[in-house]
Design a protein around this ligand. Sequence first.
Ligand code: SF4
Length: 199
Amino acid sequence: MQTVLYPYRGNLYVNLTNRCPCRCTFCLRQTKDEMDGSGSLWLEHEPTVDEVRAELDKYDLSAYGELVFCGFGEPTERLDAIVEITKYVKSVSDIPVRVNTNGLSDLINGRDTAADFAGVDAVSISLNTPEPEEYLRLTRSRFGPGSFEAMLSFAGRVKDYVPRVTLSTVGTTITSDEEGRCAEICRKLGVTYRIRPFE
Ligand code: SF4
């Protein structure tokens, strides 16, 4: 039995795919198979929308703070499934829906995908660094140069459809000067900057 949904820190997480265009040097998948007793997050097959719905029906969604698309892969590799599942969740519950993403949805799907996120309550994007070259060194994005700019462009457009858009870096991984530059990038984009704790 594979792990499609897993509770984590008061939220319910959706593990849709193991695909990702990046190979981040810090990716937890390199050192872990699961998150806090979730069971292995390596999928035998990508769950269909119907399979995810059936799993969701086993949970009392009102017991969780958020439903979060975030597993052992990049959720926007399955953007259509995110859209369908979000519609379903909103039809049965008022739980807020968040997508945790590397922000490369447009490159992954080969088009402007910002409008697809209408209905989602929050999008959290990994900014990692204020430097495009350093971003590429850290993420090893298969899209190569231009990935950083594509991620920022997506962030600036998706905020027209999603109430809460956050770009984050991890505390202690960059200097305070770099954090200041990240804050300035976010200010110009009109999105929130968050320094999240090192895990
Ligand atoms: S984007 Fe996320 S899932 Fe993909 S390699 Fe980086 S940390 Fe891992």
